[in-house]
Ligand binder design. Structure first.
Ligand code: HEM
Length: 243
C-alpha cells in the first residue's frame, strides 16, 4: 500500500508565523524602552537617536539607517500579518461560533485569541502609517521633532491606540507562543500556566505605564515649545546637528 504524503506546509507556515511574531515582540520591547529615553532627559533621547543614525560608529549621521530598519521591520510586519490572516474567522458564522464558545466555556485562552485578532487588525492600519512615516522621514526624529509630530501633527491619539494594541498583542502573543511550544509543561501544567499568565499581565501593565509616560512627556514638550517654525533640539555637549 502506498503511504499518503503528509502536507508539511501548514506546519511550516505556523513556524514562520511564530518566528516573525517573536522577532516583532522583541523589537517592540526594545523600541518602547529606547523611546522612553525621553523620560530621562531630552539630551538622552537625542543621543539614542544619534546612536541609531550610526553617529557613534561612523562619526557622522546617517538617517538612512533608520529607513533601512523601518523597511526591514515593515517587511516582517507584513509577512506576519499575511500569515495571521489565514486564521481570522472567515465569516460571521465562524465568528459567532467562537464568541459563543468563549462565553459558554468562560474560556480565557479563547478570549485572548479574540483580543489578538482585534488588536492585530487595528495595528495593520495604525502600525502601517507609523512605519511609513519612520521610513520616509527618518531625519525628523528627536526630542523636538518627535514632540512636534505627537502634538502638532496629531499623532498622539494614534500612538495611544497603537500603544494599547501593540503591547497587548505582543505579550498575549508571547504567552501563546510559550504555551504552543511547550514551555508550560512542567510538573504542574496548571501552576505554570497561571504563572505565565501573571507574567503576561504584569508585562502588559508595565509597558503601558512606560509608554503612556513617554507619550505624556512628548506631549508636554510639544505643548510647551513653539515648534511650528521647525525649531529643533540643539545639544550643548554634542555638535552633531539639530533634532
Ligand atoms: C524601525 C521602525 C520604527 C521606528 C524607527 C520607530 C520609531 C519611533 C519613534 C521615534 C517614536 C516616537 C514618536 C515619534 O517620533 O513619532 C515612536 C513611537 C511609537 N512607536 Fe515606533 N518605530 C518603529 C516601528 C514601530 C512599530 C512596528 C510599532 C508597532 C506596530 C511601533 C509602535 C510605536 C508606538 C506605540 C509609539 C508610541 C509610544 C508611546 O506611547 O510611548 N513602532 N516610534
Amino acid at each position: 500500500m502506498r503511504k499518503k504524503k503528509i502536507d508539511k506546509m501548514p506546519a511550516r507556515l505556523d513556524f514562520l508565523q511564530s518566528t516573525t511574531g517573536l522577532i516583532l515582540a522583541v523589537f517592540i520591547m526594545g523600541h518602547l524602552l529606547f523611546e522612553a529615553s525621553i523620560l530621562v532627559s531630552d539630551e538622552m533621547m537625542y543621543r539614542v537617536t544619534l546612536m541609531f543614525e550610526g553617529y557613534y560608529f561612523f562619526g557622522e549621521r546617517y538617517p538612512g539607517i533608520v529607513s533601512f530598519l523601518a523597511a526591514a521591520i515593515g517587511t516582517i510586519f507584513v509577512l506576519h500579518a499575511g500569515l495571521a490572516v489565514r486564521k481570522f474567522p472567515a465569516s460571521y458564522r465562524e465568528y459567532k461560533t467562537i464568541t459563543e464558545h468563549t462565553k459558554r466555556m468562560k474560556h480565557e485562552d479563547s478570549s485572548l485569541w479574540m483580543i489578538q485578532v482585534i488588536t492585530g487588525f487595528m495595528m495593520f492600519f495604525i502600525g502601517s502609517v507609523h512605519l511609513y512615516i519612520m521610513f520616509s522621514q527618518p531625519e525628523n526624529i528627536g526630542p523636538f521633532a518627535s514632540s512636534y509630530r505627537v502634538v502638532d501633527e496629531l499623532m498622539g491619539p494614534l500612538y495611544f491606540m497603537l500603544l494599547i494594541s501593540v503591547v497587548s498583542h505582543a505579550f498575549i502573543g508571547l504567552y501563546r507562543l510559550a504555551m504552543k511550544w511547550g514551555f508550560m509543561e512542567g510538573e504542574d501544567t496548571k501552576k505554570s500556566r497561571t504563572m505565565f499568565k501573571f507574567l503576561m499581565k504584569s508585562m502588559i501593565a508595565l509597558y503601558i505605564i512606560v509608554g503612556l509616560s513617554s507619550l505624556a512627556r512628548y506631549t508636554y514638550i510639544g505643548m510647551h515649545h513653539d515648534l511650528s517654525d521647525g525649531k529643533r533640539y540643539e545639544s550643548k555637549t554634542v555638535q552633531a546637528g539639530e533634532h
